[in-house]
Design a protein around this ligand. Structure first.
Ligand code: C2E
Ligand code: CA
Ligand code: CA
Length: 649
């Protein structure tokens, strides 16, 4: 219970101190105190160690420190006590107020801001009065006869006091008090110093938080991501792999504009929370306005794709913002270390580049494929050239035959645009259509294709060929208010039969804004054209949505058709799509038919129409007649067309 410092008079330390006299014991205490000060890293520890030094090195009976509370009762809070009875220092009645219990050396030193010395406490009549009863009692119980207390001044204010007591009734002469006063000042200096350090560290932590974290979501920012990424790369031992996912929420600026910035902020916070829930151990950062990045240590391509898929699904769920259910879409770009980049900066840029490969309003993931970055310069150059290409006749219309599987007759063709670049050669539409969409040149491009296609069908019709031609429309064409009128105008000027023009729209284009898509499709359908859902199976359209659309046919995406022979899953998908399409009263076209085996398989499954390299590659429209003249499934020779010249230019 009681912790009294025990220094029997015979102990070595006490003897040394006694031999040297009171000034020297104060000096010894001062220098030991300075060493304590230098070592201190924590305020409580410093105060306690200083008291210990005073008792152990100085041989004083008790050393204690109290802080002054600024409450109504002006309580004294004992911070440390070495040598005194714990019970006495725990008592609640200690105060620095000018009351009966405030007449201790400690209370008086704090009140007055001056050192206070009490000698001969037990015998001096000055301490005989009732005001000093508790002091005398304390001195008796703790075995001291004299006491002193020094105010502890921190930043100009008395924070508390350092109190010492000695067994000898006449301790603390002027020289000793001067030295001990210095000790108290050193202690106060040490406390102030540590407190500044704490403030400094807190300030540094705030600065670090601002420099490394995003204030809106509380997530790490790009700077921290780059640092962590660089560290993870350095720590990843060969052949260690890590993946970086770049997530971009599309249509965010629209949401911001329509609902206001605070709703936009709320949306971002909710998305961040949702992502954080899924991210678990992985580092999630906010790296742009509506862009996030996820660092997956020890993840290869397969794991990264799994996570990306999961995130796409997760963010596909609507978010409630300002009382509305907001539909968000997210594109995810994936880049792997060390496959795609050897430094953090490049890896981040490549994951970002990958997400931009996916085109506008895309929901899904894209793995970085080498060359995108050099491709970026090429992309910019091509974007600039595209306008000129349309005006200067660098585009050509190719077409690819479609054959009815039951009758084996050619039942139409698909129009596919080509760009013969004067310097870069033939450029595939897979490359320049997304560019046209991003550069805002898709409308003039579609207009060019529409005119070329109508002209071609008109030409074929005049020559007696009833050969429907399918035109591909981009997602953005669906939101072009002039499209339907232009098509109507082309029917009027060319006079061709309505059934000879078809339109193909990818499933994902139809899903960008299903309500708008339905409106445009309905108006197109009213013109009497046929409508196809292209790349069927790659989007996320539901059966009930498909049922509402005024479409005539679905085209099973080639990614299911091509591997049919070797892949059981693909076969199941193709078979069930054919059944599904027929149940909905739709024709089913298979694209990407590359072999005779697949042709037979599709025929057996009841598929209506086939298109693909096995039947014929896309060819300039002028060569189509020649190709068709040589067509039979058994004797198909797409690479060696029969020598029949076309009647059209
Ligand atoms: P799509 O509409 O899915 O067209 C089919 C693509 O698959 C064509 O590529 C075609 O050449 C290719 N293909 C056909 N059969 C086979 C086959 O058996 N095996 C393989 N491996 N591929 C086959 P292309 O001509 O490069 O066109 C690519 C995409 O560009 C088209 O995909 C379409 O989305 C777009 N596109 C083409 N022309 C136009 C156009 O005039 N307007 C718009 N908006 N998009 C177009
Ligand atoms: Ca197509
Ligand atoms: Ca297709």
């Amino acid at each position: 219970m009681a912790s009294r410092a025990d220094h029997p008079k015979g102990s070595k330390l006490f003897r040394a101190v006694q031999l040297c006299g009171p000034v020297n014991r104060a000096l010894a205490t001062l220098s030991a105190g300075n060493r304590t000060l230098l070592r201190a890293s924590d305020e409580q520890e410093l105060v306690h160690d200083m008291c210990r030094v005073i008792v152990e090195t100085g041989g004083y009976r008790i050393a204690a420190v109290a802080y002054a509370d600024h409450d109504a009762a002006k309580h004294l809070r004992w911070i440390a006590n070495v040598g005194g009875m714990e019970d006495d220092f725990g008592a609640a009645h200690f105060t620095w107020d000018d009351t009966e219990f405030g007449q201790t050396a400690t209370g008086t030193a704090i009140r007055s801001g001056q050192p206070v010395i009490g000698r001969h406490i037990l015998t001096d009549p000055a301490y005989a009065g009732p005001a000093y009863a508790s002091l005398r009692q304390n001195a008796l119980r703790n075995g001291y006869a004299s006491a002193t207390a020094f105010p502890l001044r921190v930043n100009g204010e008395v924070l508390g006091a350092l109190a010492m007591s000695a067994a000898e009734p006449d301790a603390f002469d002027a020289a000793e008090v001067k030295l001990l006063g210095e000790l108290a000042d050193d202690l106060a200096y040490g406390i102030a110093n540590l407190r500044t350090g704490v403030q400094h560290r807190a300030a540094q932590a705030t600065i670090a938080r601002l420099a490394y974290f995003d204030t809106l979501t509380g997530l790490p920012n790009r700077t921290l991501l780059l640092e962590k990424l660089a560290a993870a790369m350095a720590a990843s031992s060969a052949p260690g792999t890590l993946a970086l996912l770049h997530l971009e929420v599309s249509r965010f600026s629209e949401i911001n504009k329509v609902l206001g910035y605070s709703a936009g902020d709320e949306l971002l916070r909710k998305l961040a929370a949702r992502l954080q829930g899924a991210a678990q151990e992985a580092l999630l950062a906010r790296v742009g306005e509506a862009e996030f990045a996820l660092l997956l240590p020890a993840a290869g391509a397969v794991a990264a794709v799994q996570v990306a898929r999961h995130l796409v699904d997760l963010l596909d769920e609507p978010v409630e913002v300002a009382g509305l259910m907001i539909d968000t879409r997210v594109g995810v770009g994936i880049a792997l270390f060390p496959d795609h980049a050897s430094d953090a900066d490049t890896l981040v840029r490549r994951a970002n580049a990958a997400v931009h490969q996916s085109g506008p309003a895309h929901s899904g993931y894209v793995m970085y494929t080498g060359g995108h970055e050099q491709g970026n310069t090429r992309r910019l150059a091509l974007m600039g050239d595209l306008h000129r290409a349309i005006e200067h006749g660098q585009l050509q219309l190719y077409c690819q035959p479609k054959v009815d599987l039951a009758t084996q007759r050619v039942c139409g063709a698909e129009a596919l645009v080509r760009w013969q670049h004067p310097l870069k050669g033939m450029i595939s539409p897979g490359e320049f259509i997304p560019l046209a969409e991003q550069a805002g040149t898709i409308t003039p491009l579609t207009n060019w294709v529409l005119e070329a296609a109508f002209r071609q069908v008109h030409c074929w019709s005049r020559a007696g060929h009833t050969r429907p031609l399918a035109i591909n429309l981009s997602a953005l064409d669906l939101y072009d208010p002039g499209l339907v009128d232009r098509v109507r105008g082309l029917f009027a000027t060319t006079g061709i039969a309505r059934g000879l023009i078809q339109f193909e729209l990818t499933e994902s284009a139809l899903m960008v804004d299903p309500t708008d898509a339905l409106a445009t499709l309905t108006r197109l359908k009213q013109l009497g054209v046929e409508l196809f859902v292209d790349d069927f199976g790659t989007g996320h359209s539901s059966l009930s949505y498909l049922q509402k659309l005024p479409v005539d046919a679905v085209k099973i995406d080639q990614s299911f058709v091509m591997p049919m022979e070797s892949n059981e899953d693909s076969q199941v998908i193709v078979r069930s799509t054919i059944e599904l399409g027929h149940n909905l009263g739709l024709k089913v076209v298979a694209e990407g038919v590359e072999s005779e085996a697949i042709w037979h398989r599709l025929a057996a499954l009841g598929c209506d129409v086939a298109q693909g390299y096995f039947i014929g590659r896309p060819l300039p429209t002028a060569l189509f007649d020649r190709w068709e003249a040589g067509w039979t499934p058994a004797a198909r020779r797409p690479e060696a067309p029969a020598p029949v010249t076309s009647s059209c230019p």
